[in-house]
Design a protein around this ligand. Structure first.
Ligand SMILES: NC(=O)c1ccc[n+]([C@@H]2O[C@H](COP(=O)([O-])OP(=O)(O)OC[C@H]3O[C@@H](n4cnc5c(N)ncnc54)[C@H](OP(=O)(O)O)[C@@H]3O)[C@@H](O)[C@H]2O)c1
Length: 289
């Protein structure tokens, strides 16, 4: 293939993050690439419909990219870095929700790359403008290359691990709140008082509460497997500093959720749709005499 003189951004993994960022980058004239090797039908369809350049193998993708963004799932971040290996000398950014220890392990497999610890701070649905933080020696290369095309990358420090660590702390809070909401509202729904609970919490939490609670409840269920993997990383990180009781419980909650709700193919619009799917036989209830 003849190389053109434009920036070539390669995505490893092509799910929600890669397809959203690709849309914005393609619209600004950036060449976007990915590979289909080993991918599911969902990712293949997303990649084909987005209009990015497609390669059959990761090796070709690595050879053809100036900058590689790893947007897989937390549990695969190290294994894909291993496959990228020592031959890559461009900018390699890990955007997965993984702990600083896992980031460093991943980077140990790319000794010649300009590795950058990156973290997406919020849902990617806001597109190219979604805040991303970055740290490490080469964070500036990442920001310089992509902020000119509308990305919103803030450099937060010189060490790898600073960006992912901050993201872990944010996740401990947001996912902990989501798990707590689920438990409180599932009981309220069964009692038939969920709307009243919503109304009273809105008085203390503010007018945004009904929409944000609904969004947390529905997306927690839809993304429960990914959240569980992310929480594994959060627990691993916090354990270096304390004995994280609530975070461990949150992690367990997300691991157990798919068992209670079954597979959810499409994101539900309303939290009541989620609760209707809960298999009561799979919820352990302790009767008080
Ligand atoms: N979505 C968000 O708003 C958001 C926000 C912050 C951070 N993140 C992080 O960003 C990363 C991507 O999230 P996402 O929402 O895009 O996830 P997603 O929609 O589940 O997509 C993950 C992609 O990675 C691919 N993949 C899985 N294992 C792979 C492997 N070994 N090699 C290559 N590709 C592999 C999947 O392919 P298959 O379809 O074949 O499985 C899929 O294309 C995650 O680590 C997540 O923690 C996401």
């Amino acid at each position: 293939m003849v190389r053109k003189n434009t920036l070539r951004v390669g995505f490893i993994g092509f799910g929600e993050v890669a397809s959203t960022l690709s849309d914005g980058l393609l619209a600004r004239g950036v060449e976007v690439l990915t590979c289909l090797e080993g991918r599911s039908q969902r990712s293949i369809e997303l990649a084909k419909s987005s209009g990015v350049d497609l390669f059959d193998s990761l090796t070709e993708l690595v050879e053809s990219s100036d900058i590689l963004l790893s947007t897989v799932v937390p549990a695969e971040a190290v294994s894909v870095a291993k496959k990228v290996g020592a031959s890559f000398e461009g900018v390699y950014v890990d955007l997965n929700n993984i702990s600083p220890g896992t980031v460093k392990e991943a980077f140990s497999h790319i000794p010649n790359g300009k590795t950058v610890d990156g973290a997406i701070m919020g849902g990617i649905k806001n597109g190219l403008g979604t805040p991303i933080i970055a740290s490490g020696e080469f964070a500036e290369n990442f920001a310089e290359l992509l902020n000119q095309y509308g990305m919103n990358i803030e450099i937060i420090g010189p060490e790898p691990g600073q960006a992912s660590g901050l993201k872990m702390l944010r996740s401990a809070y947001t996912k902990g709140v989501s798990a707590l909401l689920f438990e409180a509202f599932y009981a309220a729904y069964q009692m038939g008082v969920d709307e009243t609970l919503l109304r009273y919490l809105t008085m203390s939490e503010g007018s945004h509460f009904p929409a944000s609670a609904n969004s947390r409840l529905t997306s927690s269920t839809y993304h429960s497997q990914r959240r569980a993997q992310e929480m594994d990383e959060v627990v691993k990180f916090l354990t270096e500093y304390e004995d994280p009781l609530i975070t461990r419980a949150t992690c367990e909650f997300f691991h157990s959720l798919p068992d209670k709700t079954g597979t959810i193919e499409k994101k539900p619009a309303d939290y009541r749709d989620v609760f209707r799917k809960v298999d009561k036989k799979r919820v352990k209830v302790r009767k008080i005499q």
